[in-house]
Design a protein around this ligand. Structure first.
Ligand code: ADP
Length: 505
């Protein structure tokens, strides 16, 4: 009930479980979740385990056994009996644990492994006690938490320890063992025991999980470790079964499965919404672009074709219309590029061209802005051509964007240096300014959508134009060329550097 009403969050329950709990992706082995108990067993901080591969915790000498175990496990309910494994503690000293695991399908491509981990190093120390001759079977069976049953092949009880009625909710046992089992599980358990009975080589059976009757909650889950009960001449008399209640663990597993399928559902919904949004963005941008281009064209026509007929005021007004229309067209073009990048429709047309010449061209095209802000441009370019195989228009857009930013975010009379180098088979371009610079947390944002940083209180020379989409497109262009882009800065007012590397071929 408490779980259903959501009063106790599932993470709390898992963190406080007696056993360690671990979840990892079965394809990559990346750890998805560990509870506090798991971290305590391995004496490691939770943060150290986030995102790492579970295999990093398995010593090399144990890897083969571990992979065998995983391969065997995909038989539903059937587990390798008492599978123990050494795991590396934080200080790289292995520790012995018992691992009880199940698979759960997360989505079409991913399965997760849910493991319960029990520290055996403490149990091992206690083992010697059992060699003491004074303790007899009955005393042990009555004092442990698991129920011990001995049954005949037909299911009739030979012995049941007092723990069995306790596990069943203090129910008096008047029936055969098989009558206690859930009807849906009974068939395969009988098959399982019959098969084992026929196989002379098997003495210990792999543990199985099933449901048994309970006085108050209909059925509960138990795990059974089973051994054949043989007489002196190795004739089968029945089975010795140790039952452990695992209802809480099963509940947690179920909660976890529900939790995952809920997450998966939400994820799908979000992806659908994102697709609708991208489609809307793309359609709206297309619809906007056509009338804008027409407004721009007619305004240019009026300005150029009506010389002498317009007043000074009219020319000024038309120029404002033209400038603003161009700004909106740029924004719409950026939106279209971003939606193409998102939908995988951003096409690259590669051909050979001289990138040194292209850099000169970009600088020349922006000379009005450079002059207006009285910037000092220092070019450190090779004195010979460098032919690259890339999309000339897109690289033009990339360099122009980086240069335009350097101009916008550097105060008047600032210095902007442009470097172009050929390193091995790669082109390394970078642009350095002595402008407003970037704080570390800002660097993380700027290559994301709408990563515009607003700082009206900090600096007053910044040109407020821009949408925060330019660097996303730059990143897309560089990645489409199998390259890398990054920014560095020492902080506010310490200038910035923007680098990209792309392969020549
Ligand atoms: P926009 O310039 O349109 O805002 P961009 O995607 O080109 O969008 O840049 C994102 C943000 O990165 C800018 O808002 C600015 O804060 C920061 N930025 C980009 N270039 C520089 C630079 N040279 N110096 C300082 N900050 C920069």
């Amino acid at each position: 009930m408490i779980l259903e009403t959501g009063i106790i969050p599932i993470e709390f329950l898992m963190d406080n479980a007696i056993d360690g709990i671990i979840l990892f992706d079965l394809k990559s082995y990346n750890i998805l979740f560990v509870n506090n108990t798991f971290c305590n067993i391995l004496k490691v901080d939770k943060s150290k385990l986030e995102g790492i591969s579970f295999l990093e915790l398995v010593p090399d000498s144990e890897k083969k056994r571990f992979f065998n175990y995983i391969t065997k496990l995909n038989k539903l309910y059937v587990r390798e009996k008492n599978f123990t494994l050494k795991l590396l503690k934080y200080f790289k000293e292995p520790i012995e644990v018992e691992l009880i695991g199940t698979f759960s399908k997360y989505d079409r491509h991913h399965s997760i492994f849910l493991g319960i981990v029990r520290d055996l190093s403490r149990t091992a120390k206690l083992e010697n006690v059992f060699t003491a001759p004074t303790i007899n079977f009955k005393e042990i069976s009555e004092s442990i938490n698991d129920a011990i049953c001995i049954i005949r092949i037909n299911g009739r009880f030979i012995y049941a320890s007092p723990r069995l009625p306790a596990i069943l909710g203090n129910m008096e046992i008047t029936s055969d063992f098989y009558d206690l089992i859930h009807p849906e599980d009974l068939g395969y358990i009988k098959d399982y025991l019959t098969k084992a009975a026929k196989d002379k080589k098997v003495v210990y059976l792999d543990p199985i999980e099933f449901r048994i009757i309970h006085k108050f909650s209909e059925y509960i889950w138990v795990e059974a470790s089973i051994r054949k009960y043989l007489d002196k001449s190795n004739r089968l008399l029945g089975f010795i079964i140790v039952l452990r209640e695992i209802n809480e663990r099963k509940k947690l597993e179920q909660e976890l499965k529900n939790y995952h399928s809920e997450l998966e559902k939400k994820n799908k919904e979000l992806m659908e919404l994102d697709e609708i949004k991208s489609e809307f963005l793309s359609n709206a941008s297309h619809e906007l672009r056509t009338p804008l281009v027409s407004i721009k064209g007619f305004t240019e026509l009026l300005l150029n074709g009506s010389s002498g007929k317009l007043t000074k005021q009219q020319i000024e007004d038309l120029s404002i219309i033209l400038r603003n229309t161009e700004r909106i067209i740029n924004l719409v073009d950026d939106l279209l590029d971003v939606s193409k990048l998102e939908s995988g429709m951003f096409i690259i047309n590669k051909k050979d061209f001289d990138i040194v010449e292209l850099v000169y061209e970009c600088v020349h095209e922006l000379h009005h802005q450079i002059e207006a802000r009285e910037h000092n441009i220092e070019l450190h370019l090779p004195d010979h051509e460098i032919i690259v195989h890339a999309d000339r228009n897109r690289i033009h857009q990339l360099i122009t964007n980086l240069l335009d930013n350097a101009i916008k975010y550097t105060p008047k009379k600032g210095v902007i240096e442009i470097y172009l180098r050929k390193d091995d088979e790669k082109i390394h371009f970078f642009i350095k300014d002595n402008g407003i610079g970037l704080k570390q947390d800002e660097i993380k944002k700027i290559f994301k959508r709408f990563g515009k940083i607003y700082m009206p209180d900090e600096v007053d020379f910044v040109d407020a134009r821009g949408t925060g989409l330019g660097l996303v497109i730059c990143k897309g262009i560089v990645e489409k060329h199998n390259g890398k882009i990054w920014a560095t800065s020492e902080g506010r007012n310490k200038g910035s550097e923007f680098h990209f590397i792309i392969p020549i071929k």
